[in-house]
Design a protein around this ligand. Structure first.
Ligand SMILES: *[C@@H]1O[C@H](CO)[C@@H](O)[C@H](O)[C@H]1NC(C)=O
Ligand SMILES: *[C@@H]1O[C@H](CO)[C@@H](O)[C@H](O)[C@H]1NC(C)=O
Length: 728
């Protein structure tokens, strides 16, 4: 208690105390050294401006002589630039100098907050502190004891009175390529000098928070009008946040919120900055975009994926289309789509087919080169698993005007998405604290991320310079990881947006490749895509408990279930399989080898579609049965699931019989009066027939006792139906 009163009274030393108010007569000069205006530098400047601060930048445009500070010691160049600059203020005791690195620093407070914290520390000069003794570990033992706090000096940030700071930077000679942190450390460890210059370390992160190794000490605090960092160990709210060493990615992640970037209740404020809304332009003035499509492996629902690319709401004469297909399985589909695109009015089209035998890494680099060759304004990359459900995706991404901006898309029901929020030590996926909130759209915004994939826009400004141009080769990494690793190394920020819903990812990992229509097998792995292709849009209404049911005969109900496409593909799969029975009573496929009422048919298990079909029964048919046969709880089990074909000269009808089922499903698979004449089911007890059966519609009728029935004669063509004896 006594101590804190003491610090509070010392806090006013720096300003003139009139009766009740304190008028600040000191001046704050923030200084940084930066040779390049990197994305990190721009973020630094923005954070200062948000907090009403200015900065003097030293070294812009100069060649950096401080060595590769990321990997080895260096940075003496910074000290030498400071020496020169601070000479002007060497006698100005009212001037407070604050030095800060810039590429990896964000300010979260203004002058008042900085002075308040500085004064409480009761020092002439305060250096940032961290838990690592760097670059010379052997010096650790010479440090003063710190019972509770960060022990070691970090030179990325310091603050002090100009005359003292000047004395420190001019205390010794230092070569540009020498280490600045070592320079300051040696002065600090000299007890005489430390006292002489009034030096202290900010051991409890009152002003400076270094993030390296201190991930667990900090958390975001969502205030009403800003989002700040609190250090929960030392109960401080630091104002200078430094992503030193490998913590740059954490800083990028925190930076998505800090300095009024994302504020609860206001959401993403930074998203409104520097935008360039395409809606303000004539469509003929839209940026020229190279749209590059990559099909690199077997991919479910590729047909829809390609259609969504073709349906982008963007003037085709402002698009150069580039397509790379490396997958044999998709040659026909992609070739056909591509030949339609050639006459669709694009500015140009380029196709690299599987036969060209160009690997993904090279194809992607080629696409970027092609973009430049076509003088593009932007590059839009889309992979085969990306479904652009929102046709305005490209327009939105371009309007946000970020150098690299991807769209957040997610695999349905999974946490798998088009970005990573964090990296582990090996450079692979790690989950950031906000990852699920972003993936689930609980937080919407634009997010600085260490890795993105699948779908993104890259602006011309990044493409033109060989220094920043995306390169999809990096060691042996996959192409997308290579691109991200290269960008991270160059300090180029990558963002993803979930400001809007842009689309979804398909799940490619359970995709069979051996069937004629592989997508048919995707009802589990890609349920929504499967349903939109194969389940009738009318089904969902029929399912509705309040909707009326069609009952063509007593207790016989008729429902739309499948799309015509489902029926067509099922028949094609059956014919592709070709294992039709001969329609005799001898049936080796059955347990007893004998079929009482034989048909010419093919069983679902012959087609390796039995488990899938049973899944369909459970998920789509069972609810219909339970709707119309009130109080019946169907297990939707079935051991007889088969396609029957009726032909005038083969088997054309089926004599009256009962089914060994509680209820039977009978789906018409092709078109009466077009594909065949005749056919239908007649329920003898009621003398009632269902004819002109509709494609994709299923008849449900009780199997035994009441619904003795026959198959009516097919008089022309071939009639196909799908039959299941449910709950036998
Ligand atoms: C930084 O600036 C130097 C000197 O102007 C230049 O050679 C270098 O390419 C720049 N680096 C980046 C990443 O822009
Ligand atoms: C059965 O229905 C048909 C056509 O509706 C009709 O011609 C026939 O007379 C009916 N048979 C009996 C036994 O009612």
């Amino acid at each position: 208690m006594f101590l804190s009163v003491l610090t509070a009274s010392l806090a006013v030393i720096g300003c003139l105390v009139t009766q009740t108010t304190c008028t600040e007569d000191r001046d704050l000069l923030i200084v940084t050294v930066a040779t390049n205006e990197t994305d990190g530098f721009k973020r630094f400047i923005r954070s200062l401006n948000i907090n009403g601060l200015q900065v003097k930048v030293l070294g812009l445009g100069l060649a950096w002589e401080g060595g590769d500070v990321k990997n080895v010691a260096g940075g003496g160049h910074k000290v030498n630039l400071l020496k020169e600059e601070l000479r002007k203020y060497k006698d100005d005791a009212k001037k407070i100098i604050m030095f800060s690195d810039s590429y990896d620093v964000i300010f979260t407070g203004g002058k008042d907050a900085i002075f308040e914290r500085f004064d409480k520390l009761n020092a002439q000069v305060v250096f940032a502190a961290e838990d690592y003794c760097w670059p010379n570990k052997n010096l650790a033992s010479q440090y003063p004891r710190v019972p509770f706090g960060y022990k070691y000096l970090n030179s990325g940030g310091f603050i002090g009175y100009a005359p003292d700071v000047y004395k420190i930077v001019t205390a010794h000679e230092i070569k540009n390529e020498d280490d600045d942190q070592l320079y300051y450390t040696e002065i600090f460890l000299d007890e005489k000098l430390r006292k002489l210059y009034g030096m202290k370390l900010d051991t409890q992160a009152k002003i400076f928070q270094n993030l390296n190794g201190q991930y667990g000490d900090v958390s975001l605090k969502f205030d009403e009008d800003d989002t700040v960092i609190v250090n929960t160990v030392y109960q401080s709210s630091p104002v200078v946040i430094h992503g030193n060493g490998p913590s740059k990615i954490l800083l990028n992640s925190l930076g998505n919120y800090l300095a009024k970037s994302w504020v609860y209740g206001h959401d993403c404020l930074a998203c409104k900055e520097n935008t360039k809304d395409l809606k303000d332009l004539e469509r003929s003035e839209y940026p020229v975009v190279l749209v590059a499509v990559f099909v690199e492996k077997p991919m479910p629902f590729l047909e829809e994926m390609l259609e969504k690319v073709a349906n982008l709401d963007y003037p085709k004469d402002r698009i150069d289309l580039f397509v790379h297909n490396q997958e044999k399985l998709h040659v026909q589909l992609v070739d056909e789509w591509m030949s339609r695109q050639k006459s669709a009015g694009y500015r140009s089209t380029k196709f690299i087919s599987e036969a060209d035998n160009i690997k993904e890494w090279h194809a992607r680099n080629l696409a970027v080169e092609h973009c430049l060759k076509k003088d593009c304004d932007a590059y839009f990359s889309v992979d085969g698993d990306i479904h652009l459900d929102n046709p305005e995706t490209l327009t939105h991404l371009l309007s946000q005007n970020r150098p690299i901006l991807g769209a957040v898309m997610v695999r349905a029901g999974q946490a798998w998405s088009t970005f990573w929020g964090a990296l582990n030590e090996d450079g692979f996926y790690a989950r950031s604290i906000d990852y699920m909130d972003i993936v689930n759209n609980n937080r919407r915004g634009i997010w600085n991320v260490p890795y993105l994939t699948g779908v993104y826009v890259i602006q011309r400004s990044v493409l033109v310079s060989p220094e920043t141009r995306p390169n999809y080769i990096y060691k042996l990494l996959d192409a997308d990881m290579a691109m991200a690793a290269n960008m991270r190394e160059k300090g180029i920020f990558m963002y993803v947006s979930n400001l809007e819903d842009y689309g979804h990812l398909v799940e490619p990992n359970y995709f069979p490749t051996k069937y004629l229509h592989n997508d048919m097998w995707q009802m589990k792995a890609n349920k929504e895509d499967w349903e939109s292709r194969y389940i009738s849009p009318l089904y969902w209404n029929a399912l509705d408990l309040t909707s009326l049911n069609e009952m063509p005969c007593p207790d016989v109900y008729w429902f739309p279930i499948f799309t015509p496409r489902f029926c067509k593909e099922l028949v094609e799969l059956a014919n592709d399989n070709g294992g039709w029975s001969d329609g005799s009573n001898n049936d080796p496929r059955l347990a007893g080898g004998y079929e009482n009422v034989p048909t010419v048919d093919i069983h679902m298990n012959q087609m390796e579609f039995e488990q899938e079909w049973l899944w369909i029964l459970r998920h789509y048919v069972k609810p219909l049965a339970e709707k119309v046969y009130l109080g019946y709880d169907s297990a939707a089990r079935s051991i007889m699931n088969f396609i029957v074909r009726y032909r005038p000269k083969e088997q054309s009808l089926l004599r009256p019989h009962h089914d060994s089922s509680t209820y039977t499903l009978n789906v018409g698979l092709n078109r009466p009066h077009i594909d065949y004449e005749g056919g239908g089911a007649r329920f003898i007890r009621y003398n009632c027939s269902v004819v002109n059966t509709r494609v994709g519609w299923g008849l449900l009728h009780p199997g035994r006792l009441t619904h003795y029935h026959e198959g009516l004669r097919t008089t022309r063509g071939t009639r196909y139906i799908m039959v299941s004896f449910i709950d036998p």
